[in-house]
Design a protein around this ligand. Sequence first.
Ligand code: CTP
Length: 414
Amino acid sequence: MAAGRIRVTVGVCGGIAAYKSVELVRLLQDAGYDPHVVMTKAAEEFVRPLTFAAISGHKVITTLWGEEAGTGSEDDGSGEHSSVEHIQAAQSTKLLIVAPATANMLAKFAHGLADDFLSTMFLATTAPVIVAPAMNVNMWEHAAVQANVATLRARGVRVIEPGSGYLACGMVGGGRLAEPATVAAAVAAALAEGLVAGGDLAGTTVLVTAGGTREPVDPVRFIGNRSSGRMGYAVAEAAKRRGARVILVSAPTGLACPVGVEMVQVVSADEMRRAVMERLKESTVVVMAAAVSDYRVKSVAAQKIKREATKALTLELEATEDILSEVAAARVKGTVVVGFAAETEDAVANGRGKLVRKGVDAVVVNDVSAEGIGFDSAENAGSFLTRDGEVEFPVMSKAAMADRILDEVIKLRG
Ligand code: CTP
């Protein structure tokens, strides 16, 4: 797994909702974590370990004892294949998420029983633990289950409340496993709070710009661009996860601010420029992923331009300031500055031109004319250009690309 990936363990118990954990593991993988899966015997009745092994890329732990331990397509070479495997797994994981957590497993956790891998690992780990219960509504509401949940809460275990709705048993009510996206967000939030001291970007302040700026034409219209902001938000999220203090200067997007990130919202190129320049001194890394408008309307109409009164309209545009060049020129020595170049032709040559012209340390180029990557898509591909080299990024999720960019930034910081 790539450097900087945080190892999390997903414990899967036996319940109809076990299939949702497949999606959870995929979401954690996409978000840049390194998920390892532990299954109970009963869970194997619902989903095959091979499914989790294929998605996580690691063997799946299914039993405490020798031979059978670790079922999957690949041994990850960690040497975890012994009766003390649970101790090694417990020590190397940064978080344990149990989803679905059955009434039986909650009882074992609450009372300290250790008769399978998951319950033994629970006792052996000092990492934060989150449980996402799923069961029949009467079971969930039973005083015994609620008492166990209260005990676990009192000991610091986080509980993701089950949702309401149709249950597999045909009843309607509480007890449904929370949606995988909700569980994945809880994992990210817990890690953002607890892990910042240990990441490979600890001690750095990363300033990220994201989104497409908007230049007003009149009070209701603007000139904008197709940037979704996803790439910049992914960089902000990854930098936070890896221990940095993160400032995200964002033009309008439909995205939620990543947990723990300081967000500064701006609209126009000029507002973005001011927000960035004000915070430049405190930043050790600047990643300019925003699609900044190159032009603004020279005289913005004070009132809405009326169609009846204006049969033909010519807008006079003037150039905006190039924020990236200004940042590169004004930076404190040692600050790493990375720009983006969205190109539709001769991507690498144009990117190299920008690298030199703007005086930055690196440029991430992508060919936005290619189908399925770049603007408004979940995936990206491109090249990371520096003065002395070039690293190719094949098609991957924007979250994965964010980590690759940060890996290269760390090398540049030396
Ligand atoms: N950029 C900037 N300020 C601007 C325009 C762009 O800081 N006014 C930054 C972007 O955030 C990006 C990089 O410069 O990191 C390259 O942006 P791009 O639009 O590809 O380049 P331009 O300089 O606009 O060049 P061109 O339009 O000729 O491709």
